[in-house]
Design a protein. Sequence first.
Length: 447
Amino acid sequence: QFLSGKKDLKVAVIGLGYVGSCIAATLADRGLDVVGVDANPKLIDELSDRYCRFAEHGLAELLFAGMDAGRLRVTTDTAEVTAADVVLITVGTPVREDGSLADEQLQSACLELSTRIRKGQLLVLKSTVPPGTTRGTVLPLLQRSGLVGGRDFGLAFTPERLAEGTALAELNSFPIVAGGLDADSAADAAEFWRSAIGVEVIPLDSLEAAEIVKLADNWWIDLNIALGNELAKFSALFGVDVLDVISAANSIPKGKGMVNILLPSVGVGGSCLTKDPWMAWYSARERGLEILTAPAGRQVNAGMPEYTAQLAIDELTKQGKDPATSTIAVLGLAFKNNTGDLRATPTKDAVAALARACGEVRIHDPLVEVAEAEAMFGLPVTESVEDAVRGADCVAILALHRDFADLDFAALPVADDCLVLDGRAYYSREKIAELRALGYGYRGIGR
Ligand code: NAD
């Protein structure tokens, strides 16, 4: 084995984006000696100045505690990789328009690593990739070093399965799936994660099996949200609250082979669920298999921002208000609850649809980068909830961050008969009754 029972492991994390930062901070917190390398000097400068651009609950504190304690160093220089025992690769793996992997970051990282790696190291890819990429792209690039994978260095694929908004808790609890180039690589990777974080490790027979598991995770989530969304639209036709349907349908235990139905929402965004189903679809298609479910899920979820905006427009009209002179306050712009990530956020299309039909749209989100949001939405980001909702005819909650969970609706300076548009299936029956008692209208997706 490559690590052969070594203690006090040194770890290098290549790519300090959302995922790499969470992993580096967690490993440093567990007492490991970690160096984080990123090709973006601005990101490294920010971290060195104790600024974290990722609004993940607890991440900044954990990163800076590790840095202050000297257990985590951040740099643009890959030279320190040579001293590491374990090298984790967490660079971005977007897809192109046609669904194929845009592997520029992966290529550049592996090429750079090929000049830095040494005998006895374990290299672990964590970025999401189409099956065959670790063996077909990563391995040959690393072997440009003159070292041979499986003989001189270990190579494993252990996909990252965290979700933004709950990333640190999930990193510390979700089982790790491990596939290796050979048995020693797989065993080393399993041992590394078990000893570093103490989570369950599920060993798989091959790199490709582990690569497919990661795609299965996100393919399933996207498709399942699409089911929740279509059930919502369907239930609405019959005046039925979709949450009643979903919780009753989910009452059959998972053990019977049933899957949980996820909640409807304004849509699906972020850098994973919007691309990973296409990654699976494309790599199937390249081999002559036409996958039908992945594009279906994508199509349903891509239609939700418009559908959600239309709910508000229809409801205002029903209330006798003219949408064209109504003011809409949008709370939450990020692609999901409790993150500041705006990548592929469904709120963009929802806000655009509202802006086309309504008099004024104001936007607010305490977690996003203001300049990035203003450029993306073409609107100023208001400083507070109060500024956003003043005189509003509709409060559209599109990402339900912690700050919005306990809004004091009685105190909000909104217009009479203000409509609450619940874009995240958040409010309970009791809460909706309370809102109505305060004079608010309520509309949810399928509710
Ligand atoms: P990201 O774009 O936030 O981060 C990627 C980082 O890699 C960037 O900071 C970039 O500067 C850096 N980088 C690019 N090329 C480099 C190189 N040659 N050397 C060093 N650094 C380099 O991406 P992310 O959201 O952190 O995702 C990373 C991977 O994890 C992707 O494969 C993604 O699909 C997967 N993933 C993401 C999530 C998520 O919620 N964001 C969850 C699970 C898995």
